[in-house]
Design a protein around this ligand. Structure first.
Ligand SMILES: [Zn+2]
Length: 263
């Protein structure tokens, strides 16, 4: 889908074709190119908060998403060739990084960087009472979010009934590859937290028809959940032009999820 951005002249035709041809997935494609947020809004406030601990006593480290992994930064709204080049390099770096850390997904990057596939690292875990299959490296990050939710009123504010994790097909088109295939993205209750910038049926959800509402008001999940995820390296795709409110992806450093045990 995002290949249309490479050839601007053909964009309207390709866009309408691609939108019509796309399957109905949660994060497939924006209905139109638009302004995107380009940096993370998640600023850890470690000093002002008590540390979150896992039930086994390990201490969670707070971190922000890494900017070069944020999709909004790969498609800047500019014609400046230097900026476009920079953005393209960022996307290439992001593919390389994810391949090294999470596995090689066919068609993206090189298997020389990691001969294993993300599915080789996939494990089932639980999150707020729901079972989800994700990359084993991000399970501690999910557990940190869970521990933080449970130790605050946020844990009682919202009780999702469904959750999705790793997928084995890329739901993006073109140059982009979904973080679901790396097992580092989850979707929380898609039928109640929709994607108003995606293709139908997601953008036809009654929540998307409520004009004048903010993205926060067009989902069932409370803001407290988004803020809790953001403390531990997750990026919320509600910030993106897609407004994919169900979707969180771990864009922190998987080697820095927990604090080192004291010697
Ligand atoms: Zn998703």
């Amino acid at each position: 889908m995002h290949a249309v951005r490479r050839t601007l002249a053909a964009a309207p035709l390709l866009l309408s074709f691609a939108v019509a041809a796309l399957p109905a997935r949660g994060e497939d494609a924006p209905s139109a190119p638009a302004e995107k947020e380009t940096k993370s809004e998640a600023a850890p406030k470690e000093a002002s908060r008590a540390k979150v601990k896992l039930p086994d006593g390990r201490v969670c480290r707070e971190q922000s998403p890494q900017p070069f992994l944020i999709r909004g930064n790969w498609f800047p709204k500019t014609k400046d060739p230097e900026k476009l080049k920079e953005a393209r390099k960022m996307l290439e770096d992001a593919i390389r990084y994810r391949t090294e850390k999470y596995g090689y997904f066919e068609g993206f990057g090189s298997p020389k960087l990691n001969p294993k596939a993300p599915k080789d690292y996939a494990k089932s875990t639980t999150f707020m009472g729901l079972t989800v299959r994700v990359h084993e490296k991000i399970i501690p990050a999910l557990k940190c979010v869970e521990a933080a939710l449970k130790s605050s009123p946020a844990g009682e504010e919202y009780k999702p009934k469904t959750i999705g994790g790793i997928r084995f097909k890329n739901t993006y088109r073109g140059v982009e590859v979904s973080n679901h295939v790396y097992g580092i993205a989850i979707d929380i209750e898609p039928d109640r937290n929709t994607c108003c910038g995606c293709v139908a049926p997601w953008n036809e959800h009654p929540l998307c028809k409520q004009k004048g509402k903010t993205v926060w008001e067009r989902m069932a999940m409370p803001r407290s959940w988004v803020e809790t995820f953001e403390r531990f390296g997750f990026y919320w795709l509600g910030h993106d032009v897609l407004q994919d409110t169900m979707h969180f992806e771990f864009l922190g450093d998987p080697d820095k999820i927990l604090e080192e045990p004291e010697q």
